[in-house]
Design a protein around this ligand. Structure first.
Ligand SMILES: Nc1ncnc2c1ncn2[C@@H]1O[C@H](COP(=O)(O)OP(=O)(O)OP(=O)(O)O)[C@@H](O)[C@H]1O
Length: 298
């Protein structure tokens, strides 16, 4: 065992995790407030009391293993999933105004033969809810061009979106989420399927967007390493529970052991963070994904 799981130690680790969660409640002018959010799906409690505040221009990494509840939390913030307890508010309102949140969903598969140009996809981000009846004048297309130029996607605006590379498609999807000038962007695993260079480019792009435009960003990922230098806060999810704080506060042996209720060791090597899980005889290095196959607890 890497840590003895005595009751006293467990209680102290829980206290550390709770106190970190509480420190994120200090700002009253938050853009987003998630308070004691519980979500049940298919008879299982997927989120078990999430507390989170996001200030304007903050960049948060939502980190966790497969099935930890990242997509569920993003969809709850978006308003697509209703909490069974607790609430989400944006600028003090329970329901975000149209266009206030830009969303890049997970795993979009774009058919190579899809007869839609990249700029048509971005245009849907502006008038998607009234597609077919909206007026697409010069001002409309200027907004599309502005969003695509800002993310370095205007040069392939007229190409079929399904034939763009993964990195190019990700820029187009970010432009579609940005085009209505949101205050908050939610990106669900946008770095999955990107090579390290493209992942770095996307993180740099998002960092520029939040700095230059003051847009808050929540990005979900399994691996914190590509994000570590850009994040203001980490929201680390495990089996529906969360710890919130800076990376230095959260990515520690003590805090992650408390969150997982299991011994964890955090190592720093070669400029990367590695999270080692389990007993030494079964230890494996799996960046911030120590229990990828762990089932949802009842
Ligand atoms: N509509 C649903 N009905 C029942 N269970 C669901 C539903 N949607 C998600 N779940 C379950 O909720 C849990 C959390 O899923 P979620 O997609 O939020 O996790 P995740 O952290 O985003 O995982 P991944 O990294 O694999 O995308 C999983 O066990 C999943 O099977």
């Amino acid at each position: 065992m890497l840590l003895k799981n005595s009751n006293a130690r467990d209680a102290s680790m829980q206290a550390t995790a709770s106190s970190l969660a509480r420190t994120s409640h200090m700002h009253e002018d938050s853009l987003l407030s998630v308070q004691d959010v519980h979500v049940e799906l298919g008879g299982n409690e997927i989120l078990k009391g999430i507390d989170l505040r996001v200030d304007p221009g903050e960049f948060l990494g939502l980190i966790g293993s497969n099935g930890a509840g990242k997509t569920t939390l993003l969809r709850t913030i978006l308003g697509d999933v209703e909490p069974s307890r607790g609430y989400v508010s944006i600028e003090g309102r329970r329901h975000a105004k149209a266009g206030m949140i830009g969303y890049v969903p997970q795993k979009i598969q774009l058919d190579p033969d899809l007869p839609i140009r990249a700029k048509d996809l971005v245009a849907l981000g502006l008038d998607g809810q009234r597609f077919g009846i909206g007026m697409r004048g010069a001002r409309f297309w200027n907004q599309v061009e502005h969003a695509m130029t800002g993310v370095g996607a205007w040069q392939f605006a007229d190409r079929p979106v399904g034939r763009l590379s993964g990195g190019q498609q990700q820029r187009v999807l970010i432009a579609a989420a940005l085009v209505a000038s949101p205050k908050l962007m939610l990106l669900d695993e946008p770095l999955a399927n990107l090579d390290p260079a493209n992942a770095d480019d996307i993180v740099k792009l998002l960092n520029d967007i939040r700095k230059n435009e003051g847009i808050s960003i929540i990005l979900s990922a399994h691996d914190i390493n590509p994000l570590i230098d850009s994040l203001d806060k980490v929201v680390y999810l495990a089996s529906g529970n969360a710890v919130v704080g800076t990376t230095d506060e959260v990515i520690t042996t003590e805090v992650l052991s408390a969150l997982y209720r299991h011994p964890i060791e955090v190592l720093h090597a070669g400029g990367r963070v590695m999270v080692m899980a389990g007993e030494t005889s079964h230890a494996h290095v799996n960046d911030v994904d120590p229990f990828a196959a762990k089932p949802v607890e009842d």
